[in-house]
Structure formats: C-alpha cells, structure tokens
Design a protein around this ligand. Sequence first.
Ligand SMILES: [Zn+2]
Length: 216
Amino acid sequence: MTDVGAPDLEPVRLQLDAHDISNRARSAYGPDGRLTLPHTAHWPIFPFEVDGVRMRLVGDPVLPEPPRHGEDPQECSTCHSGDDRFVWSDRRWRVSMSDEPMSLPTLMLHTREHIDFDALTDEAAAEMGVRLIWMQRALASIEGVGRVHVAKWGDGGAHLHIFVIARPRGMLQLKGMFLTTWLHALPPLRPELWTAIRAHVRTALEAAAGVGGEPM
Ligand SMILES: [Zn+2]
C-alpha cells in the first residue's frame, strides 16, 4: 500500500471568524432560503411543534459587541444590591432568588466582587464549585425534584452569575437544554410555595456553610 500522505493544505489560522462562519451558513441555505432545522428540533424535548417553525436568517456579525448590563460597576445592579436582597451570602459569594415566583425553582450564584467568570482565581473557582454543589443539594432535597441543572452564559450581564434550576421529577419534556425555554413559558409557582422554597434554600445553605464552609 502506498502512503499518499496528507494533502497540501493551507495552514489553518486558529481563529473563530464570525464573518466567515456567517457567510458559510448563508451558503448552506436550502431552497427556502433558510438553514435546515437542526436535528434537535425533532427531539421530544423540543418545546415547539415543528410545523411552521423555521430558522431565523443568519444576521451580520456586530463588532465590536455592544456592552453588557453592568459592564461599568457603577451601573451594575448586582453590586448595588445589599445582602438583604439575597437568599444567602458569605464572604465572597451571594445567592439570589427572584422576588417574584418563577415557574421552576431557580437560584443564581454571584461573586460579591464585580468580576466575571474569566477573572476567577483558581482558589475562587474552587469555592464556586463547592457553593454550586451546596445549591444543587438545597434544590435536590425538595420533594419532587427530579434533577438540578447548572447553567453559565453571561451574555446579558457583566457580573458573574450562574443559574441553578430544578426540574420537576416526571416532567420529561423539560429534560435537557430546552429547560430554560420551558422556564419562561410555564406559569409561575404558587407564591406560598415560592416563599417556602426560599426559606428551605436559606436553611440548607446556612447548614452547608456551617458544616463545610468558612465563617462569615
Ligand atoms: Zn457588579
């Protein structure tokens, strides 16, 4: 057998080029002038009936990107919120839960300092992991919770915030990556249940910090 070797290729530039990716996507449009629906649209967890759903046209890249909320710490709502606005806090971390009931138990972990994910030291990242596990246990210990999910995006706000969301056991349509779409579509939980969840989370986090955490 003859080894034909690798074809001569242009050296690849290690870069995500938004213009190139957008142009290649437009080149892949089907007869209807759109990208084909991804295979995930046919998964049982896809929240929409597929009939009538079509992909948005691929937009032009926006460079430089517009600032996120709170890019300037002076205008950051998280920094301006006192500890009484949080369900639990310690020396470096704070956990929030919406005042208004949401459709599913949803917590957010924030740094006390105005920094984002990419600015965490190794030590702070280790602390973050421990606190996320405390939050997961707090929600998982609520009767009827099937699984607890953790999500970090950070495209909307500049101050580090990580979502921890509980899925009700048995609601299999809510499994996986479309959970947050269902989160905004389902009606809010009853207010008295939301209040009870908040109290439970506070007690659970205080207990976890008391056992394994640092003193305030
Ligand atoms: Zn901030």
